[in-house]
Design a protein around this ligand. Structure first.
Ligand SMILES: Cc1cc2nc3c(=O)[nH]c(=O)nc-3n(C[C@H](O)[C@H](O)[C@H](O)COP(=O)(O)OP(=O)(O)OC[C@H]3O[C@@H](n4cnc5c(N)ncnc54)[C@H](O)[C@@H]3O)c2cc1C
Length: 378
C-alpha cells in the first residue's frame, strides 16, 4: 500500500483483518498529518463502526442555504458528523496495525516495475535517501490526487480544483449544530460553507477553479462577514469526470487505486472521505475475490450521479439559485433531510416527487450549460 491516509489505511486494515500481509509506505515521518475539519454523513460510521469515534468533533442537525437574500433550512433526520482528519487517520492506523499491517513512515514511493513473481516497488527512506526494493503481488495506490503509483502504472493524470478553508470563531448568531451554505455563482460554481466544529470555532471554506483566485475570494468573503482566519487549510482535490477503472495488470502483478488517487470524490460537493472508504471496501473486495466487486459498481453509479448533478449546477446563475431556494417547499425540504448526500439517487428521487418543478430546473441547467464542468480547470 502506498499512502497512509484515510483511504489507504482503511484498505490496509480491511486486507490485514482478512489475513493478507500488508505493508504501508507513507512519506510523512511522524503520523501527524495536516489537520482538516471535514464534514461527512452518518455513512462514515456505518462503514467504520467504532473506529470513527475518536475523530468526531461535532454533530450537525441542520443546513441553512442562502442565496441573494433568500434562505431555506433543512433539518437532517440523521446528523452529519464533523471530523478531524488527523485524528481519523491516527485511528485508522491503529486499526490497521492491530490487524497486523506494518506501517513504514518516512518512506517515499518512487516507481514500480514488473518482476518475475509480481511487482518490484522502489521506495526511498526519506531520512537518508536509502533506496529499498520491495516485492509484492499487488500494489494499492492510496497516494492522493497527484498519485505517483497511477503515473508509474500508466493511468492518466487527474484534473484537480483548489479547496481552501479558514478556521474562524463562530459568529454569535450561529448555532453549533447548523451548517451554513452560500451560493454565490459570481464567485464560484460550487459554494461557500461554514461548518461548526465546536460551539466556538468553525471552518469557512470554498472550492474554486483557479488557485490564487480562490484564496483571495475566500479572504474577501471573510472580510465581508467580519470574520478573522485563525488558520488556513487547503489542498487540491480531484474532479470526478468519469469512472477511473481501479485495477491494472502489469505482468504477473496487479496495481489498484483508491480514494483521491482514483478520483473517488462526489463532484457535486467535492467530498471524498466516505466515497474513498467505499472505494477501499471495493478494492479490498476485488483483491480478496480476485476481480469483481459489487461495492465498486454501486460506487460508480453514485459518483456518476453526482457528476450529472454537478453538470446541471455548474453554470447555474443567480436567478437559478434563487428559484432553487424558492422551490424548496416544506415537503421537498423534508425529503432533503431524510436521505444523505451518499445516497444521491434516493435523495433526488424523493425531492423531485415532492417538488417536480425542481426536475425542470435541473434539466434546464443540464441542457443549457451541460459541458461547463467538462472544460479543464486552471
Ligand atoms: C481543506 C479540505 C477540506 C475538505 N473537506 C472535506 C469534507 O468536509 N468532506 C469530505 O468528504 N471531504 C473533504 N475533503 C476531501 C477529502 O479530504 C479527501 O477526499 C480525502 O481526505 C482523500 O483521502 P485519501 O486517503 O484518498 O488521500 P490523501 O488524504 O490525499 O492521502 C494521500 C497520502 O499519500 C501520501 N503520499 C503521497 N505521495 C506519496 C509517495 N510518493 N510515497 C508515499 N506516500 C505518499 C500522502 O502523504 C498522504 O498521506 C477536503 C479536502 C480539503 C483539502
Amino acid at each position: 500500500m502506498i499512502g497512509g491516509s484515510a483511504a489507504g489505511l482503511f484498505t490496509a486494515a480491511l486486507l490485514a483483518e482478512r489475513g493478507v500481509f500488508v505493508r504501508v509506505f507513507e512519506r510523512i515521518e511522524v503520523l501527524e498529518p495536516a489537520e482538516r475539519t471535514l464534514i461527512v454523513t452518518e455513512r462514515m460510521r456505518t462503514i467504520l463502526g467504532r473506529a470513527a469515534e475518536p475523530a468526531i468533533l461535532n454533530r450537525i442537525r441542520r443546513f441553512e442555504l442562502y442565496t441573494d437574500g433568500r434562505a431555506a433550512t433543512i433539518a437532517l433526520k440523521n446528523p452529519d458528523f464533523v471530523v478531524e482528519r488527523r485524528r481519523l487517520i491516527q485511528a485508522l492506523a491503529a486499526r490497521a496495525e492491530r490487524a497486523g499491517a506494518r506501517i513504514d513512515l518516512g518512506h517515499r514511493f518512487h516507481t514500480l516495475r514488473e518482476s518475475e513473481n509480481g511487482l518490484s516497488i522502489e521506495v526511498e527512506r526519506c531520512v537518508d535517501g536509502c533506496q529499498e526494493a520491495v516485492r509484492a503481488e499487488a500494489v494499492v495506490g492510496g497516494d492522493g490526487a497527484a498519485s505517483r503509483v497511477a503515473r508509474a502504472a500508466g493511468w492518466a493524470p487527474l484534473e484537480t480544483v483548489p479547496l481552501v478553508q479558514a478556521i474562524v470563531r463562530l459568529p454569535a448568531d450561529m448555532a453549533p449544530d447548523t451548517v451554513r451554505v452560500w451560493f454565490v455563482p459570481q464567485d464560484t460554481p460550487y459554494f461557500y460553507w461554514l461548518i461548526p466544529e465546536s460551539s466556538t470555532r468553525g471552518a469557512l471554506g470554498m472550492i474554486g477553479e483557479s488557485g490564487p483566485e480562490t484564496r483571495s475570494r475566500l479572504e474577501r468573503f471573510l472580510e465581508k462577514r467580519r470574520l478573522d482566519a485563525l488558520e488556513f487549510q487547503g489542498a487540491r482535490i480531484p474532479v470526478y469526470k468519469r469512472w477511473v477503472p481501479v485495477r491494472r495488470q502489469l505482468g504477473n502483478g496487479s496495481v489498484y487505486l483508491v480514494g483521491d488517487a482514483a478520483a473517488q470524490v462526489k463532484v457535486s460537493t467535492v467530498g471524498g472521505v466516505v466515497t474513498g472508504f467505499r472505494g477501499a471496501l471495493g478494492v479490498a473486495e476485488a483483491i480478496l475475490n480476485g476481480g469483481s466487486s459489487r461495492v465498486l459498481r454501486n460506487l460508480r453509479r453514485e459518483l456518476d450521479f453526482h457528476l450529472l448533478l454537478r453538470r446541471s449546477l455548474h453554470r447555474f446563475q443567480q436567478s437559478d439559485y434563487s428559484r432553487l431556494v424558492d422551490l424548496l417547499n416544506d415537503s421537498a425540504k423534508k425529503s432533503l433531510g431524510e436521505s444523505t448526500r451518499d445516497e444521491a439517487w434516493q435523495l433526488l428521487w424523493r425531492v423531485c416527487l415532492r417538488q417536480p418543478r425542481l426536475v425542470l430546473l435541473g434539466l434546464r441547467g443540464l441542457l443549457m450549460r451541460s459541458n461547463a464542468i467538462d472544460k479543464p480547470a486552471q
